[in-house]
Design a protein around this ligand. Structure first.
Ligand code: ATP
Length: 240
């Protein structure tokens, strides 16, 4: 599981996060909700080591990973599927997926059977299976997003951070991405999710935190936040 305690982070002289605390229990999906610029992506980046926290603590399965380089945090079992699709365009779909498993082979994580995991990832995304020998750079935007998510699974991570997986996708693909998140949830994959579609995010989440100006303003079980008047008025109008 993931525990974040009083996290401060920012860019240059600007502090963006002013003491964020949150928990993602094992087997649960937790969402971060908030307006543009509230600090959701910055929280994800600070957790995964893409930016260095200024204060506070990040515990992954009880281990303090605060301030470690991102590749070390990955080896300890945190997969980050960042905003924007980061696939290796000149490698095939299959090779992109295999690279997802690489950190676990050199880290202390369970090595497991990579070939079986590859089959499982492709079964989750039949579209990727059909295109397994195609260069990732020639996939559509939606397919690249799916590849980025499937690659995260290949790490067999303790926790997955998913930042805006539906960004830039056509509505049908957005539905597919949420179906996929729901399926991972039913398989008890532990996830921290940031999504512009807050209502859909709450539907696939167990718990959620609302960020406002770098602080947690509201938190609670997803079901309860869906019915909360303030949350509905500010975030569930459809535009977010
Ligand atoms: P969005 O939904 O728009 O992505 P967000 O909640 O993810 O919003 P962040 O991307 O975390 O917000 O940004 C929080 C604040 O940090 C914003 O004011 C943004 O301008 C600032 N910021 C983000 N990235 C950088 C950067 N690389 N350098 C300087 N400031 C940044």
């Amino acid at each position: 599981m993931l525990k974040v305690d009083a996290l401060h982070a920012g860019y240059g002289a600007t502090e963006v996060l002013h003491g964020i605390s949150l928990e993602v229990p094992r087997g649960k999906v937790v969402s971060l909700i908030g307006s543009n610029g509230a600090g959701k992506t910055t929280t994800m980046k600070a957790i995964s080591g893409m930016i260095r926290p200024r204060a506070g603590a990040i515990l992954l399965d009880g281990q303090n990973v605060t301030g470690l380089a991102s590749h070390r945090i990955t080896r300890l079992g945190l997969a980050h599927s960042p905003e924007g699709r980061r696939v290796f365009p000149t490698l095939s779909v299959r090779d992109n997926l295999l690279l997802g498993a690489f950190p676990r082979l050199i880290g202390s994580r369970p090595k497991g059977d990579v070939a079986t995991d590859l089959d499982r990832a492709m079964d989750l995304f039949p579209r990727l299976k059909e295109r397994r020998n195609q260069l990732a750079g020639t996939l559509s935007g939606g397919e690249q997003q799916m590849l980025a998510m499937a690659r995260a699974i290949m790490l067999r991570p303790s926790v997955i951070l998913l930042d805006e997986p539906s960004m830039g996708l056509a509505p049908l693909l957005v539905e597919e991405v949420f179906r996929f998140i729901g399926r991972l949830r039913s398989e008890r994959v532990t996830m921290l999710l940031v999504e512009q579609f807050a209502a859909a995010a709450l539907d696939v989440s167990d718990y959620a935190y609302v960020l406002e100006n770098g602080r947690v303003s509201i938190e609670g079980p997803a079901e309860r936040l869906k019915g909360d008047d303030a949350v509905r008025a500010a975030y569930l109008g459809g535009g977010h």
